[in-house]
Design a protein around this ligand. Structure first.
Ligand code: APR
Length: 309
């Protein structure tokens, strides 16, 4: 049977995710948005590119949810993006209401789906989605770490003038400025990155990774990044649809792992057809653990803000 992915929000991230999934023929795509004509227009435009891109993916757009029925994955990108000067947390009130209403409508139609959350502030929106869906924790996953580590890898490759394919990077923590890129677990062709890049340069790369989202917002001025976020979502969706058992950094609901309780937080997980099939725990130095705890405290304070909206 053909697989089906629903993408909620046909804006920059949603439409680009639809394009990436269609072009890889990972699944048929149902695109939905509240703006009249937008998902229909983008789905049709992408369908008309199919003969040239050589894929047989079916794309359908609508302003309702009926067509999403029986999806294997539902990707939630609905919400407002950041503008210059805004932090992800500034989106909390608006996006919490949007994500709640979207998930309440979409989850009953696809009770076995895996939810991938993209809307920001990411970790808090995952809490909203977990509660609104009633899904088990392994089927509610936040996209952040794959994007953050892709940024880290891109900067490492640029620094060393090597193929991005040689790079592996490791990022833990919340999807915010306190995220914890871990150079100790990051490698180039298996060589620890600290052997190849000076401490000073590495610190600068780690910093650029941390503020990678803001760097794009400042350049675009009217919205936030979408090409790399869409690629990150596509990689997660592919691991789930193909039951690849791929280890990727994602926001997962922690119940004691890494000493963190009842919080969505970025950690390495094994992704397969059931969603999160395992949370991988690695040993941390004292300094890394302290950074992780700072990040967890920040995420927790944003989640607590949710109770006020
Ligand atoms: N139901 C469905 N779609 C909605 C709803 C809703 N209740 N509310 C808003 N949307 C749609 C908007 O109409 C818009 O088309 O969500 C889409 C968001 O698209 P963009 O404004 O282009 O934003 P984008 O860059 O795609 O970012 C979406 O992902 O990375 C995060 O921080 C980012 O929270 C933001 C989200």
């Amino acid at each position: 049977m053909r697989k089906k992915v629903t993408v909620v929000g046909a804006g920059n991230v949603g439409a680009t995710v639809a394009q990436r999934i269609a072009e890889k023929e990972l699944a048929d795509v149902f695109l939905t948005d509240i703006v009249e004509g937008l998902p229909q227009g983008k789905a049709l435009d992408l369908q008309e590119a199919a003969p040239i891109e050589k894929h047989d993916t079916r794309l359908v757009g609508a302003n309702s949810y009926e067509g999403s029925k029986g999806s294997d994955i539902v990707i939630v990108t609905a919400g407002v993006p950041r503008k210059p000067g805004m932090s992800r947390t500034d989106l909390l009130g608006t996006n919490a209401k949007i994500v709640r209403s979207v998930v309440e409508q979409v989850a009953p139609l696809s009770p076995d789906a895996v939810l991938i959350i993209v809307s920001n502030p990411l970790d808090a929106m995952c809490h909203v989605a977990l509660e609104a869906s009633g899904f088990p924790k392994n089927r509610v996953i936040g996209m952040a770490g794959v994007l953050d580590s892709a940024r880290f890898r891109a900067f490492i490759a640029m620094e060393l003038n090597v193929s991005v394919e040689n790079t592996h990077a490791f990022v833990l923590g919340g999807h915010g400025d306190t995220m914890v890129p871990l150079p100790r677990y990051s490698t180039v062709a298996g060589i620890p990155v600290s052997e190849l890049i000076s401490r000073e340069r590495l610190d600068a790369i780690v910093d650029r990774t941390r503020f990678g989202g803001a760097e794009i917002v400042d350049l675009l001025k009217t919205g936030s990044a979408y090409y790399a976020p869409a690629s990150a979502v596509k990689e997660m969706a592919e691991a789930i649809l193909k039951d690849k058992k791929k280890i990727l950094p994602c926001a997962a609901y922690l119940e004691g792992e890494y000493g963190i309780h009842d919080l969505f937080f970025g950690v390495p997980v094994k992704l397969g057809s059931k969603g999160i099939e395992q949370i991988i725990e690695v040993r941390l130095t004292e300094e890394e653990r302290a950074a992780l705890e700072r990040s967890a405290a920040e995420v927790r304070s944003t989640v607590n803000e949710l109770k006020k909206v």
